[in-house]
Design a protein around this ligand. Structure first.
Ligand code: CA2
Length: 152
């Protein structure tokens, strides 16, 4: 079967609050802006995007599992689950799709507890601290891997 030209975009807990608070850390863009930036970047390469945001870990797991059926890769900002969730990591590893991990803020320059990511070593692409534009970077790098233009 040929690889579907579709990506799953996953935004984790609290990212629905983007643009409403903490602009010094996360900027002023909203979740809708994030989804548009991601969708436009994918469209430039002929891919579509299915976007999900949830504050419930189980919903995110179900969406990741379902992506096996019809997606070629996953772009994920796991939010705070980045630093806590073995089950999210296991889901990503379990579906076997290429993963790009995105963080809007520079987690390396923030509190110590944000320095560890359970997702990092199951992701092939890491984009940190580029703001919302980082989602477009992640899409481009992930599609390069999916289409075989860069080794994963
Ligand atoms: O920098 C990122 O993208 C993060 O994944 C965002 C998470 C944070 O826990 C990670 O350490 C880094 C938090 C998302 C919450 O976003 C908010 C946005 C506006 C107001 C409140 C929360």
């Amino acid at each position: 079967m040929t690889s579907p030209r579709r990506l799953l975009l996953v935004n984790g807990p609290n990212l629905n609050l983007l643009g409403t608070r903490e602009p010094a850390i996360y900027g002023t863009a909203t979740l809708a802006d994030v989804e548009r930036v991601t969708t436009d970047a994918a469209a430039r390469r002929g891919f579509e995007v299915r976007a999900v945001q949830s504050n419930h870990e189980g919903v995110l797991l179900d969406e990741i599992h379902a992506a096996r059926q019809d997606c070629a890769g996953i772009v994920i900002n796991p939010g705070g689950l980045t630093h806590t969730s073995v089950v999210l990591r296991d889901a990503l590893s379990g579906v076997g799709l290429p993963v790009a991990e995105v963080h809007i803020s520079d987690v390396r320059a923030r509190e110590d507890f944000r320095h560890h990511s359970y997702v990092a070593d199951v992701a092939l692409v890491h984009v940190v601290g580029e703001g919302v534009a980082g989602y477009a970077t992640a899409v481009a790098r992930l599609i390069d891997i999916i289409t075989g233009q860069v080794e994963g």
